[in-house]
Ligand binder design. Structure first.
Ligand SMILES: Nc1ncnc2c1ncn2[C@@H]1O[C@H](COP(=O)(O)OP(=O)(O)OP(=O)(O)O)[C@@H](O)[C@H]1O
Ligand SMILES: [Mg+2]
Length: 389
């Protein structure tokens, strides 16, 4: 009736209560509990708050922003809502025995059991897409013996310099890149044995002036050999992505890719089906290799299906010409696919960042690292042959 004047005063609790009704559909938690809300300021009917997403590539960015704003606007007495939306990519929990790389928040390896399925193409286009979405991105070409990422990123002529004893990476389309291609001539085959590969990859992680990166995308060589083992052991990766093509044989190899990450206690962030279908000149969809193999396999293996990329001449031309399709033509079906996959991938990384460290990888009560299935009586070396084929 004669309510006190103070009754109408909007409180921070009211604002938080309104915002706590906004759920992040990927993290299955409300945005207040997720710690995304800060800096609430109330001035009469005016409310200000800051929303900090877990990635600038958040697939539900607009939805969360709109809901947050409208929920606060619906509080009685609120006349104006001002929201600052920003993003801060979270880092993964520490894993004993696996060192973080200072400055790099999340490392994602793009792999496949089989060669030629488009790992490099996918790595580069996802890196460009993440950069377009506002993330700081690097690309590590871990294909030491067949490095072709620089060609596809248009930096193949790059001659590395050093700064403060670190190698300065090449940069194009907002993506920093390091590759063995910068250090060997094109015509000389690089014949390296395991330990040397291992050393080169470790150097690319730690002796390169990456600066601050949200995501380092690692383009892996085909298979499940030494380079994969090094990446899994040398650092605390966010996880691995497995690329496959729709046909049965590639899917069989993709299975090995997934198994390798699981054995190494590295999260599988998801599967991508590349060369999924071909769009004919009249827009007709032609399924050259069949269709849906990747999706079926992902669901069978209970890993996320991140999406499918069509087979398009422009993708291959973008690769050969050093101008990735995602930058060259944002309207292409493949570019749209890469953008969507980049967002889904970023969401999966955010989800993983919230997961407790996988059993068997963390430190035990005495602070000792136990990984690579030691608890099952295997040594890490015994896993080597299992992972190769
Ligand atoms: N979606 C696509 N549409 C058209 N061409 C593609 C597509 N994806 C990849 N390609 C082409 O297929 C070839 C192989 O791709 P890419 O080099 O990316 O495969 P990869 O898996 O990295 O190979 P490797 O195992 O040798 O490292 C390249 O010529 C590339 O341009
Ligand atoms: Mg490749």
């Amino acid at each position: 009736m004669f309510g006190k004047k103070d009754d109408k005063k909007i409180t921070a609790e009211q604002v938080l209560a309104a915002l706590s009704k906004v759920m992040d559909p990927d993290l299955h938690t409300d945005i207040v509990t997720l710690g995304m809300i800060s800096d609430i300021k109330i001035d009469g009917g005016k409310v200000f708050f800051k929303l900090t997403l877990t990635t600038p590539a958040c697939p539900v960015k607009e939805k969360l922003e709109q809901e947050a704003k409208s929920n606060v606007a619906a509080i009685p007495g609120v006349t104006e809502v001002e929201m600052e939306s920003t993003a801060n990519v979270s880092t993964r929990g520490k894993v004993a025995g696996r060192e973080d790389v200072p400055g790099i928040k999340q490392i994602v390896a793009i792999t496949s059991g089989k060669g030629g399925v488009g790992k490099t193409t996918v790595s580069i286009n996802l890196a460009v897409a993440l950069s377009q979405l506002g993330a700081k991105v690097g690309l590590l070409d871990a294909d030491i013996t067949g490095p072709n990422a620089p060609l596809m990123l248009g930096v193949d002529g790059y001659e590395p310099t050093t700064r403060d004893n670190k190698i300065v990476p090449a940069e194009n389309y907002g993506v920093k890149c390091i590759s063995m291609a910068f250090f060997v001539s094109n015509d000389t085959p690089v014949i390296w044995r395991g330990p040397m590969l291992d050393k080169a990859i470790r150097q690319f992680l730690r002796d390169v002036d990456w600066g601050e990166l949200d995501y380092l995308i690692v383009d892996m060589p085909p298979g499940t050999g030494d380079a994969q083992l090094t990446m899994c052991q040398a650092t605390n990766m966010a996880g691995g992505v497995v690329v496959t093509t729709p046909q049965g044989v590639a899917c069989l190899d993709a299975r090995k890719g997934v198994a390798m990450f699981q054995q190494m206690h590295v999260p599988v962030l998801g599967m991508i089906e590349n060369m999924s279908y071909f769009v004919g000149p009249n827009g007709e969809r032609i399924e050259i290799f069949g269709h849906g193999g990747g999706k079926d396999l992902a669901s069978e293996l209970e890993v996320e299906f991140l999406g499918e990329v069509p087979l398009e001449t422009a993708v291959r031309e973008g690769g050969d010409g050093g101008h990735p399709i995602t930058d060259a033509d944002g309207t292409a079906a493949s570019s749209k696919a890469f953008l969507e996959i980049a967002q889904k991938l970023a969401a999966q990384v955010s989800i993983q960042a919230r997961q407790p460290v996988a059993a068997g990888v963390g430190a035990d009560a005495h602070g000792h690292a136990h990984e690579h299935g030691h608890s099952h009586g295997h040594s890490s070396h015994q896993h080597g042959p299992d992972c190769k084929h």
